[in-house]
Each structure stands twice: as C-alpha cells, then as structure tokens.
Write a protein that binds this ligand. Structure first.
Ligand code: HEC
Length: 211
C-alpha cells in the first residue's frame, strides 16, 4: 500500500474525502441498490429512477422529515418548507437528519429509512466523485438506517436520527441541494427495486449558506 499511501497524501483534503466516501460505498455489498445509486455510482436522477413510491406513508400529517441543529436541537426548517444550514467558513457544523412516522398515525410504521443529500447539478458530471455542493465538505451525505432512534421533539415516533457534519471550505459559496428520502418496510428482492419492499419517496430543498 506504499504507493497508495503516497498518492493519497498528495491529494487535496476534498479529494481525500471524496475518495474515502467512494471506497466506503464500493465496499458495501449492495452499493448499486442504495442511495449511492443516485449520482455517485450512476447517473440516476433520484430514487424513483428505480423504486416506486407506493407505500402506506403518504399522509403529510404523519410524516416527519426534519433537519436539526445538533448543538441547539432546533429545527432548521424555514417558513417556505426548505431547510437552511449556515456555517462560518472553516467551522464544523453538525446537523441531525430526522426521518419517521408519527406515533399517533395508524398503519404500519416504517422499518428502515434511507436518504441522500445531493447537488442535482453534479449528478451528470462523470468528472466529479463528489456529488455534494462544491466547496462544502461533508462526512456522511447518505445513509440507510433502521428506525428506533429517539428525538425529544418527536417523542414516541418511529424514527431514524443520524448526525452529519459539514464544513464550508475556502472555495465554498451559497448553494442549494436536495435531500432525497425513502421510508421503507420489507425486504427488497435482489436486483428488483420494485418487488418486496414498500416505500414512499420524498424530496426536500436544503440551502447552504456561508455566514
Ligand atoms: C439504479 C437503480 C436504483 C436507484 C437509483 C436506487 N435504488 Fe435502492 N435499490 C435498487 C435495487 C435493485 C434494490 C434491491 C436490492 C439489490 O438489488 O441489492 C434496492 C434496494 C433498496 C433498499 C432496500 C435494501 C434492503 O435491505 O432490502 C433501500 C432502503 C433502497 N434501495 C433505498 C434507496 C434510496 C433511498 C434511493 C435514492 C436516494 C435508492 N435506493 C436509489 C435500485 C436502486
């Protein structure tokens, strides 16, 4: 690994992040099937390129999609339904992605949620391994997680909650990205995104602002 180590050190920090993310993604056995299928491992525009959105979690009154500031616990949702993440250049900013279904709502609860933060403009660009907003570093722009996390603001709900840390680099500017989300239940059939798994797809706009 000497050669790899040497060339790894000579990469910029951003390129290292991208490479590590890619290696992590490539070592996952179902890599093509999960959120990295959008943009990172292929040109799909969103989850609906392969999955259908015909699960039981349609009622907006039951749905929870929130992004919280980790230090204050406050929601970053704005009046127009978008989310605003703002950070000083160089500052590490941690937010928590909360996805789930309210306890009071009838019907089956989701079992596993999957999501991806992506800059749609970068999806078709084969020259970039990084599909997040240019200049912004991020440690975990996507994940897939079993419900069961607890968040004070949504007590009793069937939730996933996971932190993500961002940093506005020297060349970062204000940007708008997408949060693509699927609430799911049941096991999918290998190689067939439309069989076995019930799911509903949602999108949210997320604005990134350099303070
Ligand atoms: C290029 C097609 C494609 C795209 C795009 C895609 N998926 Fe999938 N996905 C699949 C297939 C096929 C499977 C079935 C499992 C397999 O073949 O390994 C799957 C399975 C899954 C599963 C279930 C895995 C399991 O354990 O049963 C989840 C959750 C999932 N996808 C979420 C997403 C989300 C969220 C997105 C969008 C951000 C997405 N997928 C985009 C093709 C895709």
């Amino acid at each position: 690994m000497r050669t790899f180590g040497h060339s790894f050190r000579s990469l910029t920090v951003a390129a290292r992040y991208a490479l590590l993310a890619l290696l992590a993604v490539m070592s996952a056995p179902v890599a093509l099937a999960y959120p990295p299928a959008v943009g990172i491992l292929g040109p799909a525009r969103n989850c609906l390129s392969c999955h259908s959105s015909d699960g039981p979690w349609k009622d907006p009154a039951g749905l929870i999609i929130d992004i919280l500031d980790k230090s204050s616990g406050k929601s970053l949702r704005q009046g127009d339904g978008t989310f605003l993440i703002s950070a000083r250049r160089g500052e590490l900013k941690t937010v928590v992605t909360v996805i789930g279904w309210r306890a009071a709502k009838e019907g089956p609860s989701p079992y596993r949620n999957a999501w991806l933060y992506v800059d749609p403009k970068r999806i078709p660009d084969p020259g970039s391994l990084n599909k997040f907003a240019p200049g912004w570093m991020v440690n975990l722009p996507m994940s897939c997680r079993i419900v069961g996390d607890a968040v004070e603001a949504y007590a009793g709900a069937q939730l996933t909650a996971l932190p993500m840390t961002l940093r506005a680099g020297d060349d970062a500017s204000d940007a708008e990205i997408e949060l693509q989300v699927m609430l799911t239940r049941g096991d999918s059939v290998k190689g067939d995104a439309k069989k076995g798994m019930a799911g509903n797809y949602f999108e949210r706009r997320v604005r990134l602002k350099v303070e």
